[in-house]
Write a protein that binds this ligand. Sequence first.
Ligand code: ZN
Length: 210
Amino acid sequence: MSHFERSHWVDFARGLLSAGERTQMERHLSEGCRDCMSELAFFERVAHAGAGVREVIAPEDIVMLARNIFPLKPKQKPLLQRLVARLVYDSFADLAPVGVRSGKALSRQLMYEVEDYLVDLRLEGERDSMLVSIVGQVANRRVPASRMVDQNIRIVSGKSVLRQTRSNGFGEFCLDYSPKRNAKLLISLPEGERHVEVSLNRLVEEHPAS
Ligand SMILES: [Zn+2]
């Protein structure tokens, strides 16, 4: 997807474009480009603020100011935004629980989603061991799998990091983990300011050995 220049979105927000240009750019937005949507949203706020203080500061000055400060914006947001994923599939809900849980090995698949992100977890564990191995994959419906390469994957409990790894070229990762209450799987995202959060409480509640 090729994007429009920042200056185009400034002009769009200020209503300075021809109908033809405007239509083209609206089409780009309607295709779901989040980058351009957030650029436009930002400049619309700037244009709106400019309209309110037109007597004091010319909008052009504000727009110049916005152009100057915009590249610094990500650094001004130290807090990571957590996207809390919800469970959409649990193989334990499908299978006869007694059959699965009385066997020696435990095998289970869980799937979570939030926004366009899908997290697939396959769990393997021995019945007499507390250790569960998690083979996971994170994918985004809109961007190719290659974009999810080398993301930081952590299991945390409170402020402590229990396990840590990175995703491979397919967005896959592998972790051994001894289930703990209130543990979360955190997956960093390519845009850098957000991560996906998956609660691992289901493993504690339904782990046969606990
Ligand atoms: Zn775009």
